[in-house]
Write a protein that binds this ligand. Structure first.
Ligand SMILES: *Cc1c(COP(=O)(O)O)cnc(C)c1O
Length: 367
């Protein structure tokens, strides 16, 4: 079987823009492509390997980057969420079995909770058109449910909204409930520091936002949680149970490390990314589309309601697929074939020229 991928000159798919590999990562990927090749010099646990220097990355660079004491890599953001939830389930047997999450939480947050045998309660968003999370609404629900964990998505993967995490961390501290911040769409794009935000757990996704091939997740927390999250096996006293001994043992961690110097640098230019996103949103609205979610927008992920395009699709012989084909002709991809009414776009790391090319394409299509 020939495995080929059709690529576009400009890819607008939000889940892919932050995971595009750096040149350094692409080279490292080939170097460590063979199975278990990261384990050549393993002293007994993945995060302790010094050749290549995973130890320095996990024990020094990541905690410093995240402003916390400890970090681990997992096989994805969802696995990191599961590790926290499962640890709390085991450690807090006598507490409630509820995770209280924001209404914009990713589906994998629900499934992680289910896998850990926990129930989910939700703090609803404000609905159309901004779908905002008002963190003050957590207070009452915390009193009502006494959750074992509060989960906030920062930002969410639908609208790219940033809820007020600092306010929520104060509420959670007051109530004595740990707070997990899901930064799958932010860690690696902008500065995320655990101690500044006042949360207990930070979750990231290497293939979503850290220029890694993945699948790989990042988990950061402070020492107070070490005994619970990094509890060791009874049978293999060196191995951490939630990591199943060793987690991301392959090219996933190699590409994450290889891209890290560039990722650490690129977060300094986040305000430029926000400017570009706002410019794009404004131009699309001039064409009659409507950006949902927070306005002015604070993230490169944007959800559009595209009534003019939907109207065209009703009369077009290709129906809903016409948008995909019209964009494809112009070298642009990343919107799912068939979608016209609503779709998500990211402008992350596109140049101004590329953004203008996309705007021009939509302008021609709407006309
Ligand atoms: C993409 C995404 C995830 C899942 O990330 P994985 O690393 O693939 O598990 C979780 N939460 C949010 C908000 C996401 O956008």
């Amino acid at each position: 079987m020939q495995l080929k991928r059709s690529k576009f000159e400009i890819n607008l798919n939000p889940i892919q823009r932050g995971g595009i590999l750096t040149k350094e990562a692409r080279e490292a990927l080939i170097e460590f492509a063979d199975g278990y090749s990261v384990c050549d010099f393993c002293p007994g646990r993945l995060d302790l390997i010094e050749k290549p220097d995973i130890k320095k990355f996990v024990h020094e660079e990541l905690p410093e980057f995240l402003g916390c004491d400890l970090a681990r890599t997992t096989n994805g953001a969802r696995e990191a969420m599961f590790a926290v939830m499962n640890s709390l389930k085991v450690a807090e047997k006598n507490k409630s079995q509820i995770v209280l999450a924001d209404g914009n939480a990713h589906y994998s947050s629900y499934i992680a909770a289910e896998r850990a045998g926990l129930d989910i309660e939700i703090v609803e968003n404000s609905g159309y058109p901004e779908y905002k999370i008002d963190v003050e609404n957590f207070e009452e629900k915390i009193d009502l449910n006494k959750p074992v964990l509060v989960l906030l998505t920062y930002p969410d993967g639908n609208y790219g909204n940033f809820p007020n995490v600092k306010k929520l961390s104060k509420i959670c501290k007051n109530k004595g409930i740990p707070l997990l911040l899901n930064c799958a769409y932010s860690m690696g794009r902008l500065e995320i520091k655990l101690n500044k935000l006042g949360v207990d757990f930070l979750i990231g996704s290497g293939h979503k936002s850290m220029a890694a091939s993945g699948p790989i997740g990042v988990l950061g927390f402070n020492k107070e949680w070490e005994k619970i999250i990094l509890r060791k096996s009874r049978y293999f006293p060196n191995k951490e149970i939630e990591m199943l001994g060793c987690s991301s043992r392959g090219p996933s961690i190699i590409t994450l490390i290889a891209s890290f110097p560039i990722v650490r640098e690129r977060i300094k230019y986040w305000n430029k990314e926000v400017e570009k996103a706002r410019y794009f949103s404004g131009e699309m609205e001039k064409l009659g589309l409507k950006q949902l979610g927070e306005k002015p927008h604070n993230h490169d992920l944007m959800f559009f309601e595209a009534k003019p395009i939907y109207e065209i699709s009703k009369k077009h012989k290709k129906r809903g697929y016409f948008l995909y084909h019209e964009l494809k002709k112009r070298g642009i991809g990343g919107i799912k074939p068939g979608l016209t009414k609503n779709f998500k776009i990211s402008t992350y790391q596109l140049t101004k020229e590329e953004i203008d090319r996309v705007v021009k394409a939509f302008g021609e299509i709407v006309k």
